[in-house]
Design a protein around this ligand. Structure first.
Ligand code: CA
Length: 243
C-alpha cells in the first residue's frame, strides 16, 4: 500500500518542493498550509507520516504536535526547524516528534529521513506483534543480540552481564536504534511513573551500561543528546527481529 504523507507547511515553494519529490518517490502526499487545518486533517484521516513545519499560521507546529499526542494520535512526525535553532529541536523531540530536518535541507536527505522513519515504525509494529506471540525472540542489530525474555545480551559472541534495569534500558534503546530516546521516556518505561528517584538514576544506569558495552571494541555506543536523552549507535546497524 502506498504510504500516505501529510505535509503541513506554509511556504509555498517549500511545500511544492516537498510534494513533488515525495510524490516522485512513490508516496501519496497531501499538503496543507494552515496550522489549524493541518491539525484537523491529522485527526480525521490516517497518515503514515506527518511532516510538520513549526511556524505556521493559525496553530503552530508545537501546538499541533502536543494536541495530537494528547489525543492519542501516534503518527510519526518529522518537524522542520529553522537553522541554528537547537532549542526548537529539543522542544520538538520532547513534544513527541520522531525526527527533525533543519532548513534548508536537500531532497536526498529528506527522502532518506522519511524512509528511515517509516521503516522504523513498521519494524516497531512487527516487533510488538512478535512480542505478543513469541517467547524466544531476539533483536539483532549488527553484532548485538538482545533477548527480551531471557534478559540476555550477546555482543561479538560474548555474553554481557547486565543488571535488570540496565538490561531494560538497553532493550528500549535497541528497539529504536539510531533514534533519540528521551530520559523521560526511559524513566517512565523502565522505572514507572510512580518512581521517586530523579533523572540522575537514568544517567547512572546508562553510564554503567555504556561502560559494559563499550569494553568490546566500541562498535556499540550510547550517545548523549544534551537536554533530551540518548541514542543507541551500532556499527553496521540493521535491525532484525527473529524468533
Ligand atoms: Ca513556516
Amino acid at each position: 500500500m502506498t504510504p500516505k504523507i501529510l505535509v503541513i507547511e506554509d511556504e509555498p515553494t517549500l511545500a511544492r518542493l516537498l510534494s513533488y519529490n515525495l510524490t516522485q518517490d512513490g508516496y501519496e502526499v497531501k499538503v496543507v498550509e494552515h496550522g489549524g487545518e493541518g491539525f484537523q486533517l491529522a485527526m480525521q484521516q490516517a497518515h503514515d507520516l506527518i511532516i510538520l513545519d513549526l511556524m505556521l499560521p493559525g496553530m503552530n507546529g508545537f501546538e499541533i504536535l502536543t494536541k495530537l499526542r494528547q489525543k492519542g494520535v501516534r503518527t510519526p512526525v518529522i518537524i522542520l526547524t529553522a537553522r541554528n535553532a537547537e532549542e526548537e529541536v529539543v522542544q520538538g523531540l520532547k513534544h513527541g516528534a520522531d525526527d527533525y530536518m533543519t532548513k534548508p535541507f536537500g531532497v536526498a536527505e529528506l527522502l532518506a529521513r522519511v524512509s528511515a522513519v517509516l521503516r522504523r515504525t513498521k519494524s516497531d509494529e512487527l516487533m510488538s506483534d512478535d512480542l505478543a506471540k513469541s517467547n524466544d525472540k531476539v533483536i539483532i542489530i549488527g553484532d548485538l543480540y538482545v533477548y527480551p525474555e531471557k534478559y540476555e545480551v550477546i555482543l561479538h559472541n560474548t555474553s554481557i552481564s547486565l543488571r535488570p534495569k540496565e538490561f531494560e534500558v538497553l532493550l528500549y534503546l535497541a528497539q529504536r536504534p539510531g533514534f533519540v530516546v528521551s530520559r523521560d521516556d526511559l524513566m517512565n518505561i523502565v522505572w514507572g511513573f510512580d518512581y521517586f528517584g530523579g533523572q540522575r538514576t537514568v544517567d547512572v544506569h546508562v553510564s554503567s551500561l555504556r561502560k559494559k558495552l563499550e569494553m568490546s571494541q566500541q562498535s556499540v555506543q550510547i550517545e548523549s543528546i544534551r537536554g533530551v536523552g540518548y541514542k543507541l549507535i551500532v556499527q553496521n546497524q540493521v535491525k532484525r527481529v527473529t524468533e
